[in-house]
Every structure is written in structure tokens, then in C-alpha cells.
Ligand binder design. Structure first.
Ligand SMILES: Cc1cc2nc3c(=O)[nH]c(=O)nc-3n(C[C@H](O)[C@H](O)[C@H](O)COP(=O)(O)OP(=O)(O)OC[C@H]3O[C@@H](n4cnc5c(N)ncnc54)[C@H](O)[C@@H]3O)c2cc1C
Length: 310
């Protein structure tokens, strides 16, 4: 379990890091090292140069500004988990951070690294798909913003250029009556997902869904959006008339579901299962994983809906 030899670089600023990335051959950015180092130890990656950005100041902030929650490149899962802004308005992000690995990993692993890695088994991609996040990539020519739908190109493949660093994730600030949830099935605590589903809903005052986001984890070769499930939900009335009861209790339903809401939810969950394209492995058969996609989507929609009333 010893990685192949490499040269280690620890730039003190972003410009220096970008300069190194441009001039060194076969270089890889390292943030928390929680995916890169295991891959190197398993000899699945053997970069000649590691550019460790973890000491660069100013990249570890979480703040709401200009309509977005901005998650800096070095924000760790533990930091996300203890952020008051996140706790207040983005429970789906807490759901996600809390089911990743264990506290030791979460102290080092970064949210941006989780996205940059492009692993369909990672948990944040589905959540960022549901939230319609944007990725900010900084390269020699400056910054560019990439919509999350265009970011994941395949297994460990993303839209990031070899000379770019993912510097920020932008999550749109949710409007009133919005709620989200991430639900993951794992073989044991801390394991990668058998399957995971992220759902983010926005409703109008009459309980009609105006925007739905559904993202799937480990159910294809890349993180995927279940667009057909979103289409089933969008425009459906899921809350009964006068059914918003306000933020009484975050755990129990703060809404009364509309009479045919369960039928709509079942149809959306089936559409998510149909969108899944899993492979059979030690975590289960194709049929089992598809069925779990259906079950988890049902649970995620119900929790998202309850939170939208809170
Ligand atoms: C025991 C264990 C269990 C785990 N369980 C889970 C789990 O259940 N769910 C889950 O989602 N993840 C899990 N992980 C993986 C881990 O949480 C993430 O992949 C990790 O968060 C990646 O972030 P990092 O900062 O550690 O990235 P690194 O390991 O530093 O980098 C990962 C990859 O992304 C690139 N990269 C990182 N940051 C940037 C950047 N800012 N710009 C450009 N490229 C960048 C690197 O070049 C590398 O290719 C587990 C890891 C371990 C060790």
C-alpha cells in the first residue's frame, strides 16, 4: 500500500498552483487526498507530480452571496456539517455530508474534491445535480462557470481541463417552500452507496411543484439526473389546499399531502428507477439496485416535501 514515487509541491497561492499545473508534466491537484491517495496506493493512479492546494489561504469559506451558497475549494465535509447557514437552509447538504465515509475522512475530504473526482459512487454529485449547482473552474485564462449538467462526462471524467482547478461550487439559494433530501442505502455505515437519491423540490403557495431536481448515485457509469422523474413531479400538486402548516417540527411532516400525491410520487419513483442503469456487483444485482432506486426516490421525495413545508 505504498504509492509510486512522485514529486510533491505545496504552493502558497492559487496563481502559483495554476503556474505549476501549467508547467509540470503529469501533475494532479490534491485537496484532501481522500480519493487520490487511496487510488495511488492501489496503483490506479500514478501522477509524477502532486500539487497540494490544501495550504492555499482563502479557499475554505462557505458563504451566501448574490443568490448562491458558495462552497470554496477547501471546504471539508466536517465544515459543511457544522455550518449554521447550511443547517438552516440546505438540509440536503447535511444529509449528504453525514453519510460520507467516517469522521476521520470527513475532516479532510473536500466537497469540491468529491465533485472534481467524477466518481459515480460519490455522494455529492447527485445532490449537486438535484440542486442545479454550478462549478467554478479557474485556469490560466481566468474563471469559467460550468452548469452541473455539463460537468460529469463519464467514469472519473469531468469537464475540468487539465490546467484548471475547481475553485468554488455555487448552489442557488432556495426560495420559499423549497425542501430537499438525500437518501442513501449502504451495506454498513461509512460505505459507498448501493444506491443513493437526491431530491430537491420547490412548490408555490398552492402546493404545486414549480421545480424538481432528482439526482442518482452509483446507479450508472456517471452521476445522472432522472429528468423523467422531475417531469412527473413538475406541475403536480403535492400539498392539499391549506396544507402548509408552517415550521412546527422539522422531523415530522409540516404539510398535508394532496389526495393523489402518493400516486404522483410512485410514478416519479418508477421513472427514477427506469432511468437507473446500474451494474451487478458485490452490492447487488441490477434488479435489486433498480428497485432500491424506486424505494429511495419515494423516501427522498416525501422528506423533501415535508421540509418544503418547514
Ligand atoms: C475510507 C473512505 C471512504 C469513503 N467513503 C465515501 C462515501 O461514502 N461517499 C463519498 O462520496 N465519498 C467517499 N469517499 C471519498 C471521498 O470522500 C471523496 O472522494 C473526497 O471527498 C474527495 O475529496 P478530496 O478533497 O479528498 O479529493 P482528493 O483525493 O484530493 O482528489 C480527488 C480527485 O479530484 C481532483 N481534485 C480534488 N480537488 C480538486 C480541485 N479543487 N480542483 C481540481 N481537481 C481536484 C484530484 O486531482 C483527484 O483526481 C471515501 C474515502 C475514503 C478514504
Amino acid at each position: 500500500m505504498i504509492p509510486p514515487q512522485f514529486d510533491y509541491h505545496a504552493p502558497g497561492g492559487l496563481d502559483e498552483a495554476l503556474g505549476l499545473l501549467g508547467e509540470l508534466d503529469d501533475a494532479k491537484v490534491m485537496s484532501g487526498g481522500q480519493s487520490l491517495l487511496p487510488m495511488m496506493k492501489l496503483r490506479l493512479a500514478s501522477p509524477a507530480n502532486i500539487i497540494d492546494i490544501s495550504r492555499i489561504p482563502g479557499l475554505d469559506t462557505i458563504e451566501e452571496r448574490d443568490g448562491c451558497l458558495r462552497i470554496g475549494a477547501l471546504v471539508t465535509e466536517a465544515q459543511l456539517d457544522s455550518s449554521p447557514e447550511v443547517a438552516e437552509r440546505y438540509p440536503i447538504l447535511l444529509d449528504t455530508a453525514r453519510v460520507i465515509a467516517d469522521p476521520l475522512v470527513r475532516n479532510r475530504a473536500t466537497v469540491c474534491g468529491n465533485i472534481a473526482h467524477g466518481d459515480p459512487a460519490n455522494d455529492h454529485p447527485a445532490t449537486m445535480l438535484a440542486l442545479r449547482a454550478h462549478v467554478v473552474a479557474t485556469g490560466p485564462g481566468g474563471e469559467r462557470t460550468i452548469g452541473i449538467d455539463g460537468f460529469f462526462h463519464g467514469l472519473f471524467m469531468t469537464a475540468l481541463g487539465e490546467d484548471e482547478i475547481l475553485t468554488e461550487l455555487h448552489v442557488p439559494v432556495p426560495s420559499a417552500h423549497s425542501g430537499g433530501a438525500y437518501v442513501k442505502l449502504e451495506r454498513k455505515v461509512g460505505d459507498y452507496a448501493v444506491a443513493g437519491v437526491a431530491v430537491q423540490l420547490t412548490l408555490d403557495d398552492d402546493g404545486e411543484v414549480t421545480r424538481a431536481g432528482v439526482g442518482l448515485t452509483n446507479l450508472s457509469f456517471a452521476p445522472i439526473r432522472a429528468s423523467a422523474a422531475e417531469d412527473v413531479l413538475t406541475g403536480a400538486t403535492l400539498v392539499a389546499q391549506g396544507g402548509f402548516r408552517g415550521a412546527i417540527d422539522r422531523v415530522r411532516d409540516a404539510i398535508t399531502r394532496a389526495p393523489d400525491a402518493d400516486e404522483v410520487i410512485a410514478a416519479a419513483a418508477q421513472a427514477a428507477a427506469d432511468a437507473a442503469d446500474p451494474v451487478e456487483d458485490r452490492r447487488g444485482s441490477v434488479e435489486y439496485k433498480r428497485n432500491m432506486a424506486r424505494v429511495l426516490t419515494t423516501r427522498a421525495i416525501r422528506t423533501a416535501l415535508a421540509r418544503a413545508g418547514g
